[in-house]
Structures are given as C-alpha cells and as structure tokens.
Design a protein around this ligand. Structure first.
Ligand code: PMP
Length: 376
C-alpha cells in the first residue's frame, strides 16, 4: 500500500543509513572511552551529530542531550524540571491535546503532588495566549505546549507562548517532534527552554532523540549512572543512532524549503479533490496554522472501522488508541468537540519525502471508490 503515515514514523533515508553503518562494525567504539582511537573517533562523530541537531533548532551543542526518543525527552523535561524545583513551584500548565508522553508524565507528577492545569484547545485545535495568561500562578513552574500536533498538524503560537513564559519567569517546554525538519523551529526566536525531538520522524532511526536544555534550566536526571550527557542522561551513547540522527537533521535542514512547498502542494491537492468529489467530508483542525504535509479528514455517515479496513491500497491512520478489544476514538478529536461517530470515521493522511504525485492521484481515486462503496 501507499505509505501516507509519515507522522507515525518515517523510513530511514538511504543517505542516513549509509552514514550509520560503519559505526556498527569497524568503528564500534564507546564514545566515553578516553584512552584509545576507538573511543576518540566515536566521540568526534557524536560531537559532529550534536552540532547538526543543534543547528536544526538554532541551539548550541552544549544544550543538546541525546535520549532514546521524544517519549524519554518529554519525561526528562517534565519530571526532571519538577524534581529539581523547590516546593514553592508545583504547578504545571499543559493542553489536553498533547501527546500521551506529556499527559501521562503530568499524571505521574500529579500523584507526587504536582498541580496540573489542562487547557482545552478551541474547536480548531489552537490554544490562545489569554488561556495561558489566566492559568499562570505564582507557583507555576513550567508550561508545556507541543509545537505541532501529530494527529491534526495544528501549529500552536509557540513564539508568543515562549515570550509570555519568559516575561513571567516560567520554564517553557515544547514537544517539537512533529515540527522539527518540517517547519522552521528556533529556540531563540521561540523563547523555548526545553524542546523534545525524535530522529524517526525525520528519516533517522527509531530509538534516538534529544532534549534541548537551555543553559540555566535546572533538571534532575531521570537515569542515573555513568554521568553521560552532562549527568542528565546516563548510559552508553547509541553512536550509530546518534550519527544517523545528525545526518537526518542535516538533510532535513537542506531540503526543508523545497520539501515544504512540494508537500503542501500535494497535501492541498489531495484535500481539495477529496472535498470536491466526496460529499460530507470535513477537515479537522485549523487549516492555515498547520503542518504542510498533514490532513485529518472526517467522513460523515461512514462506519469508522469499516472505512479503515476498506483502505487497503493506502497506509493511513485514525490516530485512535486500540486497547485490547476496545477501539477508542481519538482523544485529540474528541477534545476538539468532534462527536464519537465522526471521530471514528476520521483519517489522518501524512505525506513525506517519498510521496509522489502519482501516489496522491491514486489515493484520491481510492478514497472516492471506498467511500462511495461504503455509503451505497
Ligand atoms: N511526541 C509526539 C508529538 C509524537 O508524535 C511522538 C511519536 N508518536 C512522540 C512524542 C514519541 O516519540 P518517540 O517515538 O521518539 O518516543
């Protein structure tokens, strides 16, 4: 089937894989080995990758902590900041449409005594500055708002939120897993203190990520041991993964301007033709403030499960969490006020580097046929 689930994960780019391979075999050294060439060359490769990752988000190398992915980065940001803070800073502000790695970390902290404000997004998925302003308290430690949503692609007003947080002396964390490599992300412009990244969303390998930690942002490590990564994340570095992550960031930065336009054109074409030729389809989320390669569509009057089963020529997702026998509609769409049956009949199409015009044409035709058949 045609792969249109790039927000779930991306294939490793051939150029990335090629760069990674030697670091599995002949150059297998431990980047923390200080006594021989094997260690030195691994450390050099990690340093180079760190520079590439930093560059993609406008950070300095010293501010990048390598992790196992965005789940770990989000956990380290929230739990680490909470643990390092004093008893007078126990309040965190976040949004109901965040990724589970943020929401569940918040829940974990609630059990430890944190107070969490969960803001609701508007029906178009956006939150506004006033909501955050009103939620701020003297004991607020941190605000966590994702850069771009994985299900609907909506881009939050990150620079405004960052400025507000800075003016109020509150840390600002953003989960930029879906934004980095797709749109311009800059930790200075956006006034971000903590930012999560994952390599496998930008054509790097799975199981590698990073947390940007601005100088002066106090965190307590969540993994203790050999004091790697400035003591914030112990554990032998995944050198091949990190090398791949660095290369992936370099490629993303180089191709972003053209890819962004190419994918937006294809996404808009997909959306426009489906909306014009299939009745009762609606787009979920704000249409302007949105990632260029994501669209989330609801098909009215169609059974959601039957719809996804019938889509056998495309690989798409409905963003729903399957818990054993129970298929829950997406909590993100529900939070935007989309009724359950419509949320079930919603499909996320996410395009990427290897999506072609032909694939989009075939997808349009397939969607037309499937929906017509199910509605007949
Ligand atoms: N945050 C967002 C917004 C994501 O889309 C994902 C991946 N589904 C994650 C965090 C988790 O990233 P990882 O797979 O690297 O743990």
């Amino acid at each position: 089937p045609i792969y249109l689930d790039y927000n779930a994960t991306t294939p490793v780019d051939q150029h990335v894989l090629k760069e990674m391979l030697p670091w599995f075999t002949e150059r297998f050294g431990n980047a923390a080995s200080r006594t021989h060439l094997y260690g030195w060359e691994a450390a050099d490769a990690v340093a180079d990758a760190r520079q590439q990752v930093a560059k993609l988000i406008g950070a300095t190398e010293k501010e990048i902590i390598f992790t196992s992915g965005a789940t770990e980065s989000n956990n380290l940001a929230l739990k680490g900041a909470y643990e390092a803070a004093g008893a007078e800073r126990r309040h965190i502000i976040t949004v109901v449409t965040e990724h589970k790695a943020v929401l569940d970390a918040c829940q974990h902290l609630e059990a430890l005594g944190a107070e969490i404000t969960y803001l609701t997004a508007a029906p178009d998925g956006l939150i506004n500055l006033r909501q955050i302003e009103q939620a701020l308290r003297p004991d607020t430690l941190l605000v966590s708002v994702m850069y771009a949503n994985n299900e609907i692609g909506v881009i939050q007003p990150i620079a405004d939120i960052g400025a507000l947080c800075r003016a109020n002396g509150v840390f600002f964390h953003t989960d930029a897993t879906q934004a980095a490599g797709k749109i311009t992300v800059g930790v200075e412009y956006d006034c971000v203190d903590l930012l999560s990244l994952s390599a496998h969303k930008l054509y790097g390998p799975k199981g590698v990520g990073a947390l940007f930690v601005r100088k002066g942002t106090n965190l307590t490590a969540q993994l203790d041991g050999g004091r790697h990564e400035r003591g914030l994340r112990s554990g032998t570095l995944n050198v091949p993964g990190i090398v791949g992550f660095g290369k992936a960031c370099r490629l993303a930065a180089a191709t972003m301007p053209t890819e962004r336009e190419r994918l937006k054109t294809l996404r808009d074409q997909l959306e426009k033709e489906i909306l014009e030729t299939v009745a009762d389809v609606r787009i979920n989320g704000n249409q302007e403030k949105r990632l260029p390669q994501t669209t989330n569509l609801s098909f009215e009057g169609v059974d959601g499960e039957a719809l996804l089963m019938a889509f056998n020529r495309i690989a798409v997702s409905n963003g729903s969490a399957c818990t054993s026998a129970l298929v829950e509609p997406s909590y993100v769409l529900k939070a935007l006020g989309v009724p359950d049956d419509l949320a079930h009949a919603s499909v996320r199409f996410s395009l990427g580097r290897f999506t072609t015009e032909e694939e989009i044409a075939e997808t349009i035709q397939h969607v037309q046929e499937v929906v017509a058949r199910l509605r007949a």
